[in-house]
Write a protein that binds this ligand. Structure first.
Ligand code: NAP
Length: 200
């Protein structure tokens, strides 16, 4: 019997993450629907499909990440696909040199860069158990970045470099960045031109 691949999508409770979760489920993967609020993960998982599982996961909280990794190890023993989708833009101020405080900048980097590193590190052994593991970071193309806030763009550039470092280090487990296009989500106050889903 064919064993179903297991995917974890961070922040799959709405927007692009939810759409990715649905697409992976449609392609026959068992999807772990991550969200920092468990009830949001549960609502989204129901809309993804019968085989989807809700998973509490805050990418900035080490205890939450460790608990998620432990659960995946106990239930599945491996992870085939990790989609690092969780991301925030900014706090609405323009101009990094004038208005954005260092604390605001750190908060964005904490989620968009260190959150990705922390989740990936925690899942590495599980990815190592999969026959052809894949790590994907959700990342805008360069022209789009200026449409967002003052610290979002630098954080995503740092994410690019991080993804490249993963790709070099984990040659066997492919590590890639994927751009969904300028999509209408809460990240851009629904100004995007493409559509994504909303469940919670
Ligand atoms: N929209 C675009 O045009 C576009 C283009 C290229 C790339 N992207 C990237 O796509 C990804 C998803 O963004 P989106 O556009 O779908 O925006 P979104 O609808 O605002 O989704 C962002 C998600 O990140 C979650 N999140 C924030 N902080 C988190 C944390 N500490 N731990 C776990 N989850 C956290 C949010 O959870 P809550 O619901 O709990 O707040 C939300 O589910 C981001 O990485 C973004 O940079 C977006």
């Amino acid at each position: 019997m064919r064993v179903k691949p297991i995917a974890l999508v961070t922040a799959a409770n709405n927007g692009i993450g939810l759409q990715i979760a649905r697409d992976l489920a449609t392609h026959g993967l068992t999807v772990l629907v991550g969200s920092r609020k468990l009830e949001h993960a549960e609502t989204a998982a129901k809309s993804v499909g019968a085989d989807a599982r809700a998973l509490q996961l805050d990418v900035t909280k080490q205890a939450s990440i460790a608990a998620a990794a432990k659960r995946i190890r106990n239930e599945f023993g491996r992870l085939d696909v990790l989609v690092n989708n969780a991301g925030i833009s900014d706090v609405g101020k323009q101009g990094i040199s004038h208005a954005a405080s260092l604390d605001e900048g750190r908060a964005v980097f904490e989620t968009n860069v260190f959150g990705v590193v922390a989740v990936t590190q925690a899942m590495l052994r599980l990815l190592g158990e999969a026959p052809a593991a894949r790590i994907v970071s959700v990342d805008p193309s360069s022209p789009q970045r200026t449409l967002f806030g003052p610290v979002y763009s630098p954080s995503k550039t740092a994410l690019d470099a991080t993804t490249l470092a993963f790709a070099i280090e984990f040659e066997d487990a492919g590590a890639n960045a994927a751009c969904p296009g300028f999509t209408s989500t809460s990240l851009n106050k629904f100004d995007g031109t493409g559509t994504a889903e909303r469940a919670a």
